[in-house]
Write a protein that binds this ligand. Structure first.
Ligand code: ZN
Length: 302
């Protein structure tokens, strides 16, 4: 993936976040070891899963210092840095997503896109859905219409624990997936996740696969959607190697792969996000077809 070398990057939609100066918060949760970590490895959570009572152990509130550090890092990001720096890549990806959805949502659904906020944090963060630890992975909070990302997730969990490829494009897919949950909130589909939270063809899995499909839709248009000033697209290229890295990432975060990596047996009844094969397939559906309608995971046999 390559962002273009020149042009303006609007960093105003992304903030540094933390836990308001409270440090070393104790989080509850009695499940230990790898099970805790792997439960946390899913992308995006049901807001009901948030909160310190149910959160995994070991999270440390980093306080407002790290929020300020993230904020100054974000403020100095420009487009060329998005090619090499993870935090700047998150910022640039949110802007690319805004460009694509600002065009596609009115064209395809007849609605205006309202950009969600994005917060970059480390360790733990206060959200409109309660306090959350980064152990749950990147997530979206519908109540605050905000995407939360601890950038250390990419190296330590996605690559380190789940064996996904080290890839900037894979990081962008994760951000695009979370923005997919924002679109579901706007369209009203997100609640189907809570109504039917587990199982291989559950509402939860359908919501997650749809977010993968929306991420694919973004990838379909990202290199052809002009910048808001009419200039060339922010994202100059997304190569076949990038798409391959995204597909392998989608497979790495499939519920069956996560269960196998955790040393457990594969039990579809507990799935919340879908298998590796399902995630791969739905990302590719969005990528190949570029159609919101093609992403209707609720009217399909799973
Ligand atoms: Zn998700």
């Amino acid at each position: 993936m390559t962002f273009r070398q020149g042009g303006r990057l609007d960093t105003s939609g992304v903030s540094g976040g933390g836990r308001g100066g409270r440090r070393g918060i104790a989080v509850g949760g009695g499940i230990g070891g790898l099970a805790v970590i792997l439960i946390a490895l899913v992308l995006g959570v049901d807001p009901g899963q948030l909160g310190l009572d149910t959160g995994p152990t070991g999270a440390q509130g980093q306080g407002s210092d790290s929020a300020q550090q993230f904020q100054s890092h974000i403020n100095q990001c420009d487009l060329p840095q998005a090619n090499t720096d993870t935090i700047c890549r998150i910022v640039a990806t949110t802007e690319s997503l805004e460009d694509v959805w600002t065009t596609q949502l009115p064209d395809q659904v007849g609605m205006r896109w309202v950009q969600p906020r994005t917060t970059v944090f480390s360790g733990a963060v206060d959200t409109g859905c309660g306090a959350a630890s980064s152990d749950i992975g990147p997530f979206y909070c519908p109540a605050g219409q905000t995407v939360y990302i601890d950038p250390s997730f990419f190296d330590s969990v996605l690559v380190g624990q789940l064996g996904g490829p080290p890839s900037g494009a894979a990081q962008m897919y994760v951000v695009a997936h979370e923005f997919g949950h924002h679109l579901q909130t706007v369209l009203g589909d997100i609640r189907r996740s809570q109504q039917d939270p587990q199982g291989p063809s559950s509402g939860a899995v359908r919501v997650e696969l749809q977010a993968d499909c929306y991420a694919g839709l973004w990838a379909h248009y990202a290199t052809s959607t002009p910048a808001p000033d009419g200039g060339p697209p922010l994202l100059e290229s997304l190569t076949p190697q990038d798409v391959d890295a995204i597909v392998r990432t989608a497979e790495a975060i499939g519920d069956d792969h996560i269960q196998r990596t955790g040393g457990g047996r594969v039990d579809p009844r507990s799935w919340t996000h879908g298998s590796s094969e399902m995630r791969r397939q739905w990302f590719l559906t969005g990528y190949e077809q570029g159609s919101v309608q093609a992403c209707d995971t609720f009217r399909t046999q799973l």
